[in-house]
Design a protein around this ligand. Structure first.
Ligand code: LLP
Length: 420
């Protein structure tokens, strides 16, 4: 991976060829900073790993849905995995090819299915009988045919954080193998549907091959059974989930992942689809923030920074560990800090127990924040969401402006004067 995208040069942390201090000066803080090269490198590494078999990488838009990022990936030929009409609108605006879009999600609404049919997306990843029935009826009424895949829940334990494990029978995702088989047979006799594939996704931040291959084998059993009964699939979508290193995890190399998958596939001819999000985006972004003040309560040292849980939710929500670095190390006093934001919640922390040298005014970065960072941000405490800056070598582009207080108030309306 492009660890070189955020590196120290002469004792200063850079994003590609620009000092992060300069980004802070120009655009303010807190700010998400992305490396163009890192995105491209991760996309290419994934794509190249499967070069010897027909495949399509459908970047999972939820990981980082900024239109400029989608544009960059569309230019590389990426497809997209979407989960809402909103994400579809982003992909279309970014110039993404609708035929390379797969639509996942357990609760797709009528307007979303209609919008996706009108756009001519490549595949609906159907997750229930009710969704299949609704999709078929909309397609018939519009006199079109919906390309479908059934999401199979392979019932394997992905051994990841319980909030992001999706492949167990007890999770809400997909249908079990028996139901999937029934749905395929029903679909062959339903107007408005065309079977094109099968899909599964067992969870996110996967670091072990075992569950991935177990799931794939279970999916392949079904592929073979269906084939024997005359239902021939064009593609197999293995979802996303490939993990990255936040701390001391030992993630799978993408070539190891690809090698094992291709070996398990054997000589089956189906095109492979993937829906990686984190692998492509996580290491390509940092959250840049400024220390407001340092304080000590009893034995605990706090660095209060201008970013908070509303900007980066992963530490608070999953107790996730993300690396914190000083942008210009050397000042301040070395302490074991809790790095916290100004939000009024004890759960508002970005990092705990970190040896750092910090003083008011210093800049820090929180690393591996390109995936599930900005997209999960909120306006809690009426805080505007951060700006997003894309760096390419010595150029920087503001790809999303910082939200202003006016932006935050704009959608609310006053009460009528006669209401007491
Ligand atoms: N496909 C489907 C159907 C998914 O549900 C997901 C992620 C992906 C693909 C992409 O997974 P990835 O390659 O990024 O692991 N907010 C959490 C992660 C939630 C993942 C949800 N689904 C986090 O910050 O760790």
């Amino acid at each position: 991976m492009a660890m070189s995208s955020f590196e120290y040069r002469d004792g200063e942390l850079y994003a590609e060829d620009i000092p992060l201090a300069q980004i802070a000066e120009q655009y303010g803080t807190p700010t998400y900073v992305y490396s163009h090269a890192a995105f491209i490198e991760a996309y290419r590494a994934f794509d190249n790993a499967f070069a010897r078999h027909p495949h399509l990488v459908c970047y999972s838009v939820k990981a980082n849905s900024n239109i400029a990022i989608l544009e960059m990936l569309a230019r590389l030929g990426s497809g997209f995995d979407i989960v809402s009409g909103g994400e579809l609108a982003r992909v279309l605006k970014a110039g993404g090819d609708p035929e390379r879009v797969v639509f996942s999600g357990v609760g797709k609404q009528r307007w979303e299915l209609t919008m996706a049919l009108e756009a001519g997306i490549g595949c609906f990843n159907v997750e229930s009988e009710a969704e299949m029935t609704l999709l078929a009826s909309i397609a018939v009424s519009k006199n079109v045919v919906a390309p479908i895949s059934i999401r199979v829940n392979p019932d394997v334990d992905a051994r990841t954080h319980p909030y992001i494990a999706t492949g167990l029978q007890e999770n809400k995702f997909g249908v079990d193998r028996t139901t999937a088989s029934e749905l395929y047979h029903r679909a062959t006799a339903t107007d408005g549907l065309r079977i094109v594939g099968i899909d599964c996704h067992i969870g996110s931040q996967l670091t072990e091959l075992g569950p991935i291959i177990d799931a794939m084998e279970r999916v392949l059993e079904l592929v073979d059974e269906l084939g024997a009964s005359g239902i021939v699939l064009e593609h197999i979508d293995l979802g996303g989930g490939l993990g990255v290193r936040y701390h001391d995890e030992d993630p799978l190399h993408v070539d190891t992942y690809a090698g094992a998958i291709l070996q398990t596939l054997g000589n089956r001819p189906q095109k492979l689809l993937f829906e990686p999000g984190r692998f492509i985006a996580a290491e390509a972004g940092v959250l840049l923030s400024q220390v407001q003040l340092v304080k000590r309560n009893g034995e605990r040292h706090f660095a209060v920074v201008d970013a908070a849980m509303n900007d980066l939710m992963r530490p608070s929500l999953y107790n996730a560990w993300q690396k914190v670095s000083e942008v210009n190390p050397g000042g301040g006093s070395r302490q074991n800090y809790s790095v916290v934001g100004p939000v009024c919640e004890t759960g508002d922390f970005l990092a705990r127990d970190r040896e750092l040298c910090l003083a008011a005014g210093d800049l820090i970065t929180i690393h591996t924040a390109g995936a599930y960072g900005f997209v999960m941000s909120s306006n809690y405490n009426t805080r505007g969401r951060p700006a997003e800056i894309l760096v390419s070598r010595d150029r920087s582009f503001c790809i999303r402006k910082r939200e202003t207080i006016e932006d935050l108030l704009a959608l609310e309306s006053p009460l009528p004067a006669d209401l007491y």
